[in-house]
Design a protein around this ligand. Structure first.
Ligand SMILES: [Zn+2]
Length: 178
């Protein structure tokens, strides 16, 4: 993916799938995934909040709110920050769900990513509190059975939603019966 040594600018030679070695200074450059986060916001009626992407990649598609981790941030801090930036609300009661490995294509460069998916269960309709940020077009609550899976931006976020709903909604339904 990358051609030049970040230390001296020499050419990188690919040694393995993840290791590139500089032909001039022998610097070892490991290609690692970029960590990212996403948050499943679900209310007690099992409505899920999705955001519509304003920019490429996948402009106009639905997505989970979230983004990339910044330097010196924890996964939790970055998730809380991204939600504040995208939705204008501070949601601190988040719980870890699962992680998903993917590839993010940006301007012709494919970045391997690893996304930590968190979730939060809210009692109230949070839509009136939301003030959408600059990089999304719209935020909307979807009934869990009406999620537009064919219009979700990324395969792994479709997987995350399906995995979460099958475990969470099944559990919630069971609890109702007990
Ligand atoms: Zn070098």
């Amino acid at each position: 993916m990358f051609k030049f040594c970040p230390k001296c600018g020499g050419s990188l030679a690919k040694k393995t799938k993840t290791l590139f070695v500089c032909t001039q200074c022998e610097f070892h450059f490991y290609q690692n995934p970029k960590p990212s986060n996403a948050l499943i916001i679900i209310n007690t009626n099992s409505d899920v909040l999705l955001v519509k992407r304003k920019f490429e990649p996948k402009k106009g598609f639905w997505d989970l709110p979230g983004g990339f981790i910044e330097i010196n941030e924890t996964l939790e801090e970055s998730t809380i920050r991204e939600i504040k930036e995208e939705l204008g609300v501070k949601i601190e009661n988040i719980k870890y769900f699962k992680s998903y490995a993917d590839t993010y294509s940006y301007k012709g460069v494919n970045f391997p990513t690893i996304c930590a998916v968190f979730y939060t269960i809210t009692k109230n309709n949070i839509l009136p509190k939301i003030k959408i940020g600059d990089d999304i077009l719209e935020a909307k609550l979807f009934k869990s059975k009406a999620i537009p899976f064919d219009k979700i931006a990324f395969k792994t976020m479709r997987m995350a939603l399906r995995d979460f709903l099958s475990s969470y909604v099944n559990k919630a339904t069971k609890n109702d019966k007990n």
